[in-house]
Write a protein that binds this ligand. Sequence first.
Ligand SMILES: [Ca+2]
Length: 197
Amino acid sequence: MRILIATFVAAGLMAFTAAPALAADPVTGLVKADPQPAAESLNPGLGVTYYAGVFNSTDEIPGWAEYKKGKKGEPILMLDYNVGDGEVLTSGRVDEVAADIRGFIRFDTAGTYVMAMQSNDGVDLTIGGKSIIKDTEVHADRFSELVPVEITEPGWYPFHLLYFEKRVTSTVELFWNPPGDGGTMDFVPAEAFAHIP
Ligand SMILES: [Ca+2]
């Protein structure tokens, strides 16, 4: 795992200000979508619903969504947003917004995918019914641990990311290193995401 971290830094993707990220325990038991979504039903990117408001934790989003009507946004094609004080994802807002992001992520091969996020503010990522990355509260840009995710069956898996931006800068980045792909962490590419509108 040290090699992975070194390559990550060399690629200019990470700017550690504290101790380097540690490897988390492997996540196993992800359940793929059943049935698998039909290709003709899938659109590019992830679906998103936005909630305008002041949030302090992703844990507040589900309760908020129960009694506030959200606003559908344009699909999020990739999670590669590092926008300073600019627009938060596709929300049309620069602050005080939460996002409920849903769709599918495709793992093409069985094996261990290493995943990581950089976030600002909170994120709570679930894939195939398993918690992958949680950094739920207000924070400046920071990286998650490097999380090994064990995939036993290739295919589309349900993807659910809760996110909010309170104020000033916002960042939502999702990286992976697929099995057998050398030591580099790259953004999860657009072709690995889809949603049913
Ligand atoms: Ca912020």
